[in-house]
Design a protein around this ligand. Structure first.
Ligand SMILES: CC(C)(COP(=O)(O)OP(=O)(O)OC[C@H]1O[C@@H](n2cnc3c(N)ncnc32)[C@H](O)[C@@H]1OP(=O)(O)O)[C@@H](O)C(=O)NCCC(=O)NCCS
Length: 178
C-alpha cells in the first residue's frame, strides 16, 4: 500500500502510528510469531513467518480506504511495537483490531495507540461509530477498549481463531460512538 498511502502519521507522547511499509515485514513477523499474540486475535496464522507478514502487507493495497485503515505502531525509541487496524465489518461499518508484541505489554501502549486512532477516526476519517470485540478471556483487551471509551453491547459472537486451529471463541462485542 504503502508507497501510495498519503495518510499522515499520528504522533502521541511515546508512539507514532503510520502506514505500514514493506520493510516492516521482519519486525512484524518477529513479534507476531507468538501464540500469546496470535491466540488472542481471529485471523493471525501460527506459526507466523516473514512471508505471512509480506502477504498481509501486500493485501493492504486492495483495501477500501473508506472502510479500512492499517497502522504500524512504532515506539519513538524501540521501533515497531505493534499493529492496529480498522477492518470492514460484515453488514457495514468499521471494526478495530490491534496487537502488540509481548515484550511491550503492560506499559499502556495499546491504550495510547487506540485512543489516538479513535481521535483520527473521528476527525480526519469522519467516523461516528467504530465496532470492536475481544475474546471473553482477554480481559486486558477489554480493559484497553473500555479505557478508550468503548461500551459492551451485550452481544457475544462465536469467532473461530485461526492460530488455535479454528477453535471457536466467544467474542464480546463493543461499540464506540464519536
Ligand atoms: C491486549 C493487548 C493489546 C494489551 O496491550 P497493552 O499495551 O499491554 O495494554 P495497556 O498496557 O494499554 O493496557 C492493558 C490494561 O489491561 C489490564 N490488564 C492486563 N492484564 C489483565 C488481566 N489479566 N485482567 C484484567 N486486566 C488486565 C492492565 O492493567 C491495563 O489496564 P490499566 O492501565 O487500567 O491497569 C496486548 O496484550 C496484546 O497485544 N495481546 C495479544 C493480541 C490481542 O489480544 N489483541 C486484541 C484482540 S481483541
Amino acid at each position: 500500500m504503502c508507497a501510495l498511502d498519503v495518510r499522515p502519521a499520528i504522533g502521541t507522547e511515546r508512539l507514532i502510528l503510520r502506514a505500514p511499509v514493506a520493510a516492516d515485514a521482519a519486525a512484524i513477523a518477529e513479534l507476531a510469531n507468538d501464540i500469546r499474540v496470535a491466540g488472542n486475535v481471529a485471523r493471525m496464522p501460527h506459526p507466523y513467518a516473514v512471508k505471512d507478514a509480506e502477504a498481509w502487507l501486500g493485501s493492504l493495497a486492495t483495501r477500501d480506504p473508506r472502510a479500512e485503515a492499517a497502522f504500524a505502531v512504532e515506539h519513538r525509541q524501540f521501533g515497531l511495537v505493534g499493529v492496529l487496524g480498522f477492518h470492514a465489518k460484515s453488514g457495514g461499518g468499521s471494526e478495530l483490531g490491534y496487537w502488540f508484541g509481548h515484550p511491550f505489554w503492560g506499559r499502556g501502549y495499546a491504550t495510547e495507540a487506540v485512543s489516538a486512532a479513535l481521535r483520527w477516526a473521528k476527525g480526519d476519517w469522519r467516523k461516528n461509530v467504530v465496532w470492536a470485540g475481544h475474546f471473553a478471556g482477554n480481559r486486558a483487551s477489554g480493559q484497553v477498549l473500555v479505557k478508550a471509551g468503548f461500551l459492551y453491547t451485550g452481544d457475544v459472537e462465536p469467532i473461530p481463531c485461526l492460530a488455535r486451529g479454528g477453535q471457536v471463541m466467544a467474542s464480546r462485542k463493543m461499540v464506540w460512538l464519536a
